[in-house]
Write a protein of this length. Structure first.
Length: 286
């Protein structure tokens, strides 16, 4: 049996939402999936319930709320009434409460670090805490593409999320990494509560993965992993997370990523890389 951590969650952002993908993931030992209220043009939950059928109870399910249908495109909101309505619809569409609900990119509705922004975030946090207590979800957290605006807000006496999901991997900038770590420390979250997403910065076919060899970050760079596998394994240290959400409709690709977890990252090389990133960020601000 694989160790509990590092852990892989199957992300369904660009998924075809096929039952075979879910059964293949289960056979590989991946028993958690991550979706969102706004995926598939706001039909992800209903589609998932239709295609998954009796497979769904065997999966731990996380989702996100924060984006809503707008007049011409999706729009973001922290309005507690809209968030609760989305949670209630999520329960109806899935036919079950999600195990975990993330507040999706709250920074999108926080233009500046004002008292009004802090109050808006507190109200959203309070709504999610109440929804958890009322059984609309089993736990709640924050998923942030850019956590930097959140670090400047005064959130005393606000409910605390139990999970934080942030961008992870070699393509994440120093300021974003630092902000993610600062939020985790502020909320006193253990490593098991830290999730990463988008470990390849959007795709494994990006030319960067041919130009850069992430195997240099492994304790054994000659251990037989591909560059993509090494990039995935290293993402658990940038920042340090226990869980990575990764999307793929290819079971062979998922198997390769799981195989990469048997290899260890060289933390000294990662720290040297972090120093280079910090120096680059300082030069850019100078």
């Amino acid at each position: 049996m694989r160790a509990a951590y590092p852990r892989v969650v199957l992300g369904l952002h660009r998924s075809r939402y096929q039952r075979s993908l879910l059964t293949d993931a289960l056979e590989l030992g991946i028993d958690a999936i991550d979706t969102s209220f706004n995926y598939r043009d706001f039909t992800a939950h209903k589609t998932l319930a239709q295609v998954a059928g009796d497979v769904l109870p065997h999966l731990t399910l996380s989702t996100k709320v924060g984006y809503f249908p707008g007049p011409s495109a999706s729009e973001h909101s922290l309005d507690p009434a809209r968030l609760r309505a989305a949670l209630e619809q999520t329960n109806r569409d899935l036919g079950r409460p999600p195990d975990l609900v993330f507040l999706h990119n709250p920074e999108a509705s926080l233009p500046d670090a004002t008292e009004a922004s802090a109050d808006a975030l507190k109200r959203a946090f309070a709504l999610l805490a109440d929804a958890t207590a009322q059984g609309l979800c089993r736990a709640w957290g924050v998923a942030s593409w850019n956590p930097r605006p959140l670090t400047d807000l005064a959130l005393q006496r606000a409910p605390q999320p139990s999970v934080l999901m942030v961008r992870a991997g070699l393509l994440v900038g120093s300021d974003t990494l630092t902000a993610a770590e600062a939020l985790a420390a502020r909320w006193d979250l253990p490593q098991e509560a830290l999730w990463g997403m988008s470990p390849f910065g959007g795709g494994i076919h990006d030319p960067v993965w041919k130009a850069v060899d992430p195997r240099l970050f492994l304790q054994d760079p000659t251990g037989g992993l591909t560059r993509v596998q090494a990039a995935f394994r290293t993402a658990y240290r940038l920042p340090q997370v226990s869980t990575l959400a990764v999307g793929s409709d290819n079971p062979a690709h998922l198997r390769q990523l799981l195989n990469a977890l048997r290899h260890e990252v060289d933390d000294l090389v990662v720290e040297q890389y972090r120093e280079l990133l910090r120096g680059r960020a300082l030069r850019q601000r100078a």
